[in-house]
Design a protein around this ligand. Sequence first.
Ligand SMILES: Nc1nc2c(ncn2[C@@H]2O[C@H](COP(=O)(O)OP(=O)(O)O)[C@@H](O)[C@H]2O)c(=O)[nH]1
Ligand SMILES: [Mg+2]
Length: 412
Amino acid sequence: MIVRRYVVKDMPEAVVSIRKELGKDAVILSTKKIRVRKWLGLRWQTRIEVTAAAGSDVPLAQQVAAERRSPSTGDLAEESGDGTSELRSPDSTAFAVSMRQAVAAYQGVGTKRELRDVQTSPDLSMVLQELATLKGLLAERREQESMATGARERTLEASLQSYLEQEGIERTQAERWVQAMRKAHPDADSFAEAVPLLASAIISELANLSQPCPIRKESRTVAFIGPTGVGKTTTIAKIAALHVLAGQRRVGLLTTDTFRIAAVQQLQTYAEILNVPLAVADGEDELPAALAELAACDLILIDTAGRNFRKQGTIESTQRLLRTMEPDEAMLVLSLTSKASDCRRIAELCKPLAVNKLVFTKLDETQSVGVIPSLVAMLGAPVAYVTTGQNVPDDIDIVSIEQLLARWQGGE
Ligand SMILES: Nc1nc2c(ncn2[C@@H]2O[C@H](COP(=O)(O)OP(=O)(O)O)[C@@H](O)[C@H]2O)c(=O)[nH]1
Ligand SMILES: [Mg+2]
């Protein structure tokens, strides 16, 4: 019979070595924890010392232990080069059987009969039963936890999604932005925490477009287009007043809105108050002459007739007008009190008009600002101005999307 000692990290490692070296009939005689020096003797580590035997004449564990303790036996271990040692002992079939069962149970490769024997051992079967119960409980708990986390995430995402939709953001765009935020901040788990993070995700996606872009210094002609009643004329009056007050540029006003006499009169009144010239063009044929009237001006703000943009004819005539006047900048003016879906439809229809900036009016009359980043993303055009009331010239602002979305703080 061969007896060997193994110093290993864990039992599976011992069983693999024992099976490899002593064969599948080998049995474990004893195991005990020992401490060994590692790292040039600087550190101690815990290891398991396993004694195993192979051969037909395997001794009882007690006998081996007694022999090892007995001074007459001396040191039976004979060190071999590979760190194992061998000793010769008397045989025992009983212990061999029990150890074979243990090895089989450990590896799960025992014969059916051996497993049955293990299960019928009262102590072992109780332990196995308890282990099985514990395993079941653990699995159940893990499943409950992952279900709860999944449900919490779904609920949070659904709340964020409906918040964005209420704010006027289109469904698929809202989904995209919620997902972008979740990707960047998977740990955010409350609505109040997630909403400002959502704003950051939108701002970082818009990149440069999130910065306000008022009229450039180099621009001389700027046209304002948009539906009726959104506040084009009032906004033009505010911008003109600000430039007159700044005293940097000679401002002129031009209107093509001759559909209503009141519209011309409205701009005429502002022109008189501000003491700036006003030219009127009835159709694109009169545009060159009207522009020539304002030759001395270095900033010409062009008011256009409010039109029903849902009609194809409106888009075509506005396109003709813009082509003739070739403005340096074309601003689409939209009211934040209009339905978000209508704003989106108008923006979609205005795509062929090469609008390069957006103006949002009537912020004072609404809480919802979601349509602003939504249209900025859709048209790839930044916001030039946001207006906040009827007072000329005070109620106009140059603000970033970040400042606008600050309204979302705390999910208000
Ligand atoms: N509350 C509010 N009303 C505004 C704002 N801008 C314009 N208005 C009002 O909207 C109405 C239509 O404005 P107007 O400039 O004639 O619109 P237009 O038809 O697009 O030229 C007027 O009563 C304005 O005083 C704003 O920022 N807030
Ligand atoms: Mg008008």
